[in-house]
Design a binder for this molecule. Structure first.
Ligand code: UDX
Length: 452
């Protein structure tokens, strides 16, 4: 793609977590390819490596730490986030002030993760345009808007009624009240308060999503009306940027050699992202079910992801042996490459948004085992809207795991899901090609950044 912008600087402010840093860096790369210079302002907690070969030429500055991570355990995620935003304003203003002094007045825009809304105070003070980047789906932003208007007490009473839980929200088909992502953020009131902060007080001039209109056209149009600012759906950004994310953990590449020895579409790939935790019992039932399915499997077993264990030492000898015979375990995999490997026939995922997009881009159907918050909503879309996966609900037990793997890899039902996944993959790939919706949205964003 030819460069269409003057070389001006964009300051990116990610959240310090793999699932947020990845799309932010990919957005930076996409903008760099369009001629912008990129500065990443990271809190000390983000260990983005400046040596990553995919992001050469990026500059990095540190936002002084204003709130220790240990506070998150005392406060709960929603309250921690709000406090972090309150305490980070001044440090970020200093950062921007220094950047402006060093580099002249050439900051085109501050693009910040929607959860890092402290950036707005600096944008306002230095009269710089700001743009929000929502790293998850557009539909989750719709939910934030709905949640920001709810009364906690009334909602909790309403949700005791099963009819209400299943009710589709007016004008928001297929979203039901029970799809609102209220778990994993602690008590309800702070979550609603956080949604009000994230949604209501913004003065940003636009919002960017890592999604495409072929996936979420209704949510995108709804947001365009509701928010009254330009909405740019640029995804999937790993395609636009031709780049995987910066890996915060060391990748084990030996699994690709193992995949090379497996039959086409035979392997189930299991990965629960960078945050999810399991109990030992759940992990053991998964292991039994996978072994009993007789399908080969590649399992990303993140260190510390099973309560009370450092890694796989809690696997009993008997299962350990079976796992070695039928599967392959790594601590962290080159996920995009794995999903694109011809041997992979299915993806057992926690349904983080990045994993969801990466799976669709490779046309791989999924087994959904969401853990918290928006992952349940993504899983609902995968199973019921796009119909490219199977949702595993309730307690995980070996029989259910075995059946789900067989349904996905061997049955006609799974073949249908794969067909639809491949169809969606083609649409997604078309959206980032010249003339496609994400391609055009990037074009419009560049024009917008150049005129702001
Ligand atoms: C978190 C939330 O859990 C998720 O719901 C939200 O959408 C983003 O923030 P995370 O749990 O890490 O993210 O999941 P996900 O969004 O899927 O991102 C994980 C990223 O790590 C993906 O880009 C994936 O390719 C990468 N990854 C994961 C690897 O490269 N290798 C691995 O072994 C595992």
């Amino acid at each position: 793609m030819e460069k269409r912008a003057e070389k001006r600087r964009i300051v990116l402010v990610p959240v310090a977590a793999q699932g947020h840093v990845t799309p932010m860096m990919q957005l930076g790369k996409a903008l760099q390819l369009q001629g912008f210079s990129i500065t990443v302002a990271q809190r000390q907690l983000t260990q983005i490596s400046s040596s990553s070969q995919h992001f050469l030429g990026f500059d990095y500055v540190t936002i002084p730490e204003s709130l220790p991570q240990s506070e998150s355990k005392k406060l709960g995620p929603a309250e921690y986030l709000m406090k972090l935003n309150k305490t980070s304003e001044e440090g970020f203003k200093d950062c921007i002030s220094q950047l402006l002094m060093q580099q002249g007045n050439d900051i085109a825009c501050i693009i910040y993760d929607k959860l890092m809304y402290f950036c707005e105070a600096a944008a306002k003070e230095f009269k710089l345009p700001s743009v929000i980047f929502s790293t998850s789906s557009a539909t989750i932003q719709v939910c934030y808007c709905v949640l920001s208007k709810l009364n906690a007490e009334k909602f909790l009473i309403d949700m005791k009624d099963p009819e209400m839980q299943d009710k589709v929200m007016e004008g928001l088909h297929p979203l039901r009240y029970k799809d609102l992502p209220t778990s994993g953020f602690g008590p309800l009131e702070p979550l609603l308060e956080m949604c009000r902060e994230v949604v209501n007080k913004r003065t940003a001039s636009a919002i960017i999503f890592n999604t495409a209109s072929c996936l979420e056209s209704l949510s995108l149009s709804w947001l365009q009306q509701e928010l009254g600012i330009p909405v740019y759906a640029l995804g999937p950004l790993h395609i636009t940027a031709s780049s995987p994310g910066p890996s915060l953990l060391q990748e084990g590449r030996s699994c690709v050699e193992w995949l090379n020895k497996q039959k086409p579409r035979s392997v189930i790939y299991i990965c629960l992202g960078s945050k999810a935790h399991m109990e030992t019992m759940e992990m053991l039932e998964m292991a039994w079910g996978l072994c009993n399915s007789n399908q080969p499997f590649l399992w990303v077993f993140r260190p510390g992801s099973v309560a009370g264990s450092e890694w796989i030492e809690s696997l009993p000898e008997e299962i350990s042996k079976m796992v070695k015979d039928r599967g392959y375990i790594v601590k962290w995999a080159p996920q995009i490459e794995v999903l694109g490997h011809p041997a992979v026939g299915g993806f057992w995922s926690h349904c983080g948004w990045n994993s969801t997009l990466e799976s669709i881009v490779e046309g791989v159907p999924m087994i959904c085992r969401p853990f918290q918050g928006e992952q349940k909503l993504n899983a609902m879309y995968i199973e019921s809207v796009w119909r490219i996966g199977i949702l595993l609900q309730g307690e995980v037990e070996r029989g259910g795991v075995e059946r789900a793997v067989k349904r996905l890899i061997m049955d006609e039902e799974g073949a249908g899901m794969r067909e639809r996944a491949v169809d969606l993959k083609d649409k997604l790939k078309a959206s980032v090609r010249s003339g496609g919706s994400s391609y055009n949205a990037l074009d419009e964003l560049i024009k917008f950044l150049n005129t702001e």
